[in-house]
Design a protein around this ligand. Sequence first.
Ligand SMILES: Cc1cc2nc3c(=O)[nH]c(=O)nc-3n(C[C@H](O)[C@H](O)[C@H](O)COP(=O)(O)O)c2cc1C
Length: 334
Amino acid sequence: MGVRVSIAGLASAVANQGAIGTISSIGLGDFEDAKNDYENVSREALENEIGKARALTDGILAVNFMGVLSNVEDLIPAAIRAGIMVIIFGAGIPTKLPALAPDPEVNLVPIISSARVAELISRTWDRRFDRIPDAFILEGPLAGGHLGFTLEQLDNVDDFSLEVLLPQVLEAVKPFEDKHGRSIPIIVAGGIYTGGDIARMMEMGASGVQMGTRFVVTEECDVSQEFKQRFLDATKEDIVIIKSPVGLPGRAIRNKLLQDLEAGVKIKLNCPYQCLTACKIATARYCIAKALTDSWAGDVDDGLMFCGSNVFRVDTILTVKELIDELMGELAEA
Ligand SMILES: Cc1cc2nc3c(=O)[nH]c(=O)nc-3n(C[C@H](O)[C@H](O)[C@H](O)COP(=O)(O)O)c2cc1C
């Protein structure tokens, strides 16, 4: 979870409980420094974050990248040099990813939202690199952050639920699993809340789940206390879908920033470096990197807070261990 929601603190705590802790590579580094040398500052900050997390855990760490990052091709090899063995890639179709990470020991995990894209990535990698993804994360329409669905599709979430998409994805990857003689685990994400949800998904053929929202309200999560409090206070009515400068819809908590944007208030904007390929300074109404960093730091009125559709259900801050123990207990019971 970016920006800085899941970095060394949360990722290492999750890895210490035997799950995979994911560091977000987005928006790391000092933005003032970055003005002069964005690529180097951003890469060094990621290396630093990986080092910090590694010092706190011997467990499995992943790094999440977005295809829309202007320096993604520099960051991925840097993460691998720093010892990361799981590369998660979203917000774009990673047709060239195996070329950036050719070591077959490094696990490549694209995020997808449809069987069509699962098939496209598997076919392209098979043909060009004689390789298939090591897993897919299938993110449904209830997830937090940027979403791989159109606004119209998000009006009909039941048509694109994980229950609908998962069987389609399992079928789409089957020929590639058969050809390569190994499985492509499907990890589902978006709206998974209890161990019962995990059991239901695994019974349908998922190999695991990725969870975001519930881990924001953990003691170890790297965001400000103010951000966590907004999660605790959020009601169903506070959850909105926005059109992000990244060019994708996103789910967020309605706050002063979003109200100002709705009202047409002009927000001061300058972009000293282009961190996102898709973001156009001439048409963007605000800097999403700055807005996400501001909320991380505690300015939850003028910053942007992404959230999953279940955010209204969270009402207490747990430790990562308490949360994972609760989920595993419910899973065993289910
Ligand atoms: C605050 C927040 C930030 C997120 N940022 C990212 C991100 O930078 N990259 C990404 O691939 N997914 C991101 N996500 C999506 C999560 O990784 C996860 O797949 C999703 O939230 C799962 O749904 P859940 O929140 O209902 O558990 C974010 C989610 C939240 C809540």
